[in-house]
Design a protein around this ligand. Sequence first.
Ligand code: PLP
Length: 373
Amino acid sequence: MTLSPATRAAQALCHVDPTTGGVSPAIDLSATFVRDGDYAARGPYIYARDGGPTVRQAEAVLADLDGAADSLVFASGMAAITTLIESLEPGAGVVAPAVMYHGGRSWLQRQAARGLIDLRPFDPSDQSTLAAAVTPATRLIWIETPVNPTWDILDIAAAARVAKASGANLAGDCTAAPPTTLQALSLGADIAFHSGTKYLGGHSDLTAGVLSTADPALGDTLRALRTLMGTVIGAFEAWLLIRGLRTLFLRWERASTTALDLARTLSQHPRVETVLYPGLETHPGHSIARAQMVGGFGGMLSLLVDTPETAARVVRQTKLWLPATSLGGVESLIEHRHIIEAGIDPRLLRLSTGIEAPEDLLTDLVQALDPPA
Ligand code: PLP
């Protein structure tokens, strides 16, 4: 029987503990694993910094979901990004969007300032600038789609053609578009990156990062570096990640449906000038998003409201939408993003739609947008 990805994820690859019959994967917290009398490794595990059994189980589920030759799980998204950048030769060219997750951008800028990489930005709102940023030294093209917090869409297959022509690897930050909806590797990316802290974990109770590779040799290189750098995830967090992955499809479906309804309704609100959501037909990236995000557009949207004061007031007055950073959890979050990230329009509110009752979420936003006279 051919099982759909939703089924395989729900059952963590049909995992039943061979010893106990437990239907939930066991957690193995061992930091070290005994060897034989002659000191040969008994099995695949030696020391937890290499990744133990629970980490491997999480990686198996993720490799399956991403259609990857190999998946590696890290202690956070940033741990994955820094390990990937460390794998480049000194002076390697890196092309990355001028607007992207600010932590990743800061790391790239820091490495460039130290002379370790040659960083070339491109404008993610105009994908034609990507090819123009490539040089003969380019070894890595980093893209993010949808782009946080404007939710611009980049065409992964087109970016992959540029990468192939220049001999560079293409890495896609798919944090806001997990493998329930977007298969970055099958669209031509060499590496799919996810902050597992977000949709994959889904409960705002762990930090994790994932690199899924199409080439097993690249996976081996990254795994060796992860051991050296100590950027691996802990076993408990890996177990939480597996638990989150089992409900990923359901959570994604719910968040996508609610966010699309909110986007449509809030587009009509007099205090909302623009709703940025790739699921809206009016969004500039809608047709590409529809083609490459086959399982829904997700829970992330931004509102450009009439004034910065309205934005500040809405964040203070929502009760269900919690004013916290991050995204992709079961609880809805709201952010007045320019306070966190320089250069963002002060009228922009970033919303991460959770799985609460859609009518409650709408009512809460409307009461905050329309305060009593
Ligand atoms: N990429 C994106 C798009 C993110 O939103 C984040 C975190 O907010 C990261 C990467 C970094 O992930 P982490 O916070 O797990 O280190």
